[in-house]
Design a protein around this ligand. Structure first.
Ligand code: DP6
Length: 358
């Protein structure tokens, strides 16, 4: 597919330098992206809430050079990190046809996460989103382009090429990524913002209860690939596309119970797909199942609309509106804390998307 934006490059011997910085949040998918094809194109539409507290801050200082090659230094949490650096180099190489400046400039990149690296929280969404925002910002500074909705769209496109779910982190609140015949302007190439939601969803909490901080046994890319031979793949993609439409109508109505049920059904579907893949993966831990049992029992007894979702790992994302915050806090302390790894909980909320730092 042809690159849908204009391509900009510096004139030979043009000398430029500067610095940009962006804070980009992570996001939690309610309808999951699981299965992809081509150049990071999703097999179904997904819908997520962009978070606020779990974020990556990235600063890029740039200076023109004449090497016509990717050239970076990279510090993660102030320390050189060759593994991350080589991922970024590959990514820049990948997007250089779309953005030739990534070979015309040397980049000194510094990145920090607000959440501990060993917390089991996937950082690819926030980190790829932050790098993409910085790159789009450098391009808009050098070529005097407006920082409008097209600017965000291009950053989402570039983030997608780094990590699919990152495309949704560029957009505040609720976003959808993936072409859907019933959603105007939806695209496989970048995420879009969903505006028409009930105000209760602006108050949503996502408390991430860390069950295990161990590295995942299967990378996302390898996990997505398992869908290619999964006999349930096609019905799954149909189901996900149907659920996105159901969810859009729930988000309008403000029905927090219907919202939570759909979120839990999606989490269970994602894990079921992994369990019946070949090879099969069980990514939940005993503590995950204990928490699921506790959450369901508490909800049945109290009527409090507290539900969970999971990403491709064992940690519980507890979803609830702000008006039940105090009850949920007591419930977490009394019933869920015992199953967490060393009591680690990352308290997050739905947020407004990227923030410019420099
Ligand atoms: C289960 O975006 O991490 O979190 O595109 O290979 O980088 P890549 O995959 P990634 O997959 C995320 C999968 C998920 C569901 C979701 O966020 O939609």
């Amino acid at each position: 597919m042809a690159y849908p934006y204009d391509i900009y490059q510096l004139n030979e011997n043009q000398e430029v330098e500067g610095k940009v910085g962006w804070r980009c949040p992570s996001n939690i998918a309610i309808v999951k992206y699981w299965g992809k094809h081509g150049q990071q194109l999703p097999n179904n539409a997904s819908l997520s809430f962009t978070l606020s507290n779990a974020h990556t801050d990235t600063y890029i200082s740039y200076k023109s050079h004449s090497k016509n090659a990717v050239s970076i230094s990279f510090l993660f949490e102030g320390i050189e990190n060759p593994a991350f650096a080589s991922k970024i180099e590959k990514y820049l190489e990948n997007i250089s046809a779309h953005m030739p400046i990534v070979k015309q400039l040397h980049f000194d990149i510094e990145s920090t996460n607000s959440f501990p690296h060993s917390s089991g929280i996937a950082s690819s969404a926030s980190s790829m989103a932050a790098i993409s925002m910085c790159l789009s910002n450098i391009e808009s500074d050098l070529f005097s382009l407006p920082q409008d909705t097209k600017f965000i769209e291009k950053a989402s496109y570039l983030a997608r090429l780094g990590s699919g779910s990152a495309s949704r982190s560029l957009i505040g609140g609720v976003s959808v990524w993936g072409e859907h015949s019933e959603i105007a302007a939806s695209s496989n190439l970048h995420a879009i913002k969903i505006n028409d939601t009930h105000e209760v969803f602006n108050t949503y909490h996502d408390d991430i209860l860390i069950v295990s901080a161990h590295e995942k046994p299967v990378s996302s890319t390898a996990g997505h690939a398992l869908m290619n031979n999964n006999v349930y793949a096609n019905p799954r993609y149909e189901q996900a596309n149907k659920r996105v439409i159901e969810l859009l109508s729930i988000l309008k109505s403000g029905d927090v119970h219907a919202f939570g049920k759909l979120a839990e059904d999606e989490a269970m579907t994602l894990h079921a797909l992994m369990m019946c893949s070949d090879p099969s993966y069980v990514l939940m831990e005993p503590g995950t199942l204990d928490m699921i049992r506790e959450i369901r029992a508490y909800r049945a007894a109290s009527g409090v609309p507290v539900f969970f979702t999971l990403d491709a790992g064992p940690n519980i994302h507890l979803l609830y509106p702000d008006d039940v915050k105090s009850e949920v806090e007591i419930f977490i302390n009394n019933s869920l804390m015992q199953y967490t790894a060393k009591g680690v909980i990352i308290k997050d909320k739905i947020g407004n998307g990227p923030q410019k730092l420099v």
